[in-house]
Design a protein around this ligand. Structure first.
Ligand code: GRF
Length: 220
């Protein structure tokens, strides 16, 4: 008997290109996982359109009608919990989440951040990498904890910074890697290869001492 499919809910605020990469990989590689719903705090998010096109339930929850962060998060939790998700994927979700939300989904909540964490938490990561004259930039998939962009990192992908790079050219190269590593990590969850225990990431039952380094040519 095959295992029950991994039940996933994805949160987006914008373009949803990472969502698309995950949708495509789960479908093309017949991964034992199902995206049950895509939720956005932006009505016009292209990510919602991508969900509709893929036959996935799309839900808009307007954060501006709530007077405080927690009330919005409680409505989201109520909605998310209807799907009994095993994994909640933040894919360009541009809201800071309350401690209550993060704690509620502890060990099931992941994010992708466009830097080699712990470098450049927060915004404008590519410009900051250029300003700091770093030779490498990249992306990180990490568990979400109450520290912003500070949860244990599961996997990273590096790209070389090249001469004449701009924040935009770097962003595009990093995004290409994001579209590879986020679906890969999602597959590991579907295969039950990843666990979080006491703030430590386990991959195939082994505690990770450092993030798994992945790129298109280096598959685990
Ligand atoms: C990506 O750069 C991701 O790293 C960051 O937000 C962006 C989302 O892009 N968290 P998209 O909506 O998946 O196209």
């Amino acid at each position: 008997m095959p295992e029950k499919p991994l039940s996933i809910v994805v949160l987006v605020s914008g373009s949803g290109s990472n969502l698309q990469a995950i949708i495509d990989t789960l479908r093309d590689e017949s991964v034992n996982a199902e995206i049950k719903a895509v939720i956005s705090n932006k009505e016009n998010a292209l990510g919602l359109e991508r969900a509709r096109k893929a036959g996935i339930r799309d839900i808009f929850i307007d954060h501006t009608v709530f007077t405080d962060r927690l009330s919005f998060d409680q409505v989201m939790m109520h909605e998310i919990d209807k799907y009994g998700p095993d994994l909640i994927i933040l894919a360009g979700f541009m809201r800071i989440l309350s401690n209550e939300f993060v704690t509620h989904y502890s060990g099931k909540l992941i994010n992708i951040h466009p830097s080699l964490l712990p470098n450049f938490k927060g915004l404008n990561t590519h410009q900051r990498a250029l300003d700091a004259k770093h030779k490498k930039a990249g992306a990180s998939v990490h568990f979400v904890t109450n520290e912003l962009d500070g949860g244990p990192v599961i996997a990273q992908s590096e790209v070389a910074v090249i001469e004449n790079d701009t924040a935009e050219s770097l962003r595009l190269r990093v995004l290409e890697q994001e579209h590879f590593i986020y679906p890969e990590v999602t597959k590991w969850f579907a295969e039950q290869r990843i666990k979080l225990n006491d703030n430590v990431v386990y991959f195939d039952q082994q505690a990770l001492e450092k993030p798994i380094l992945l790129s298109k040519s280096n598959q685990v």
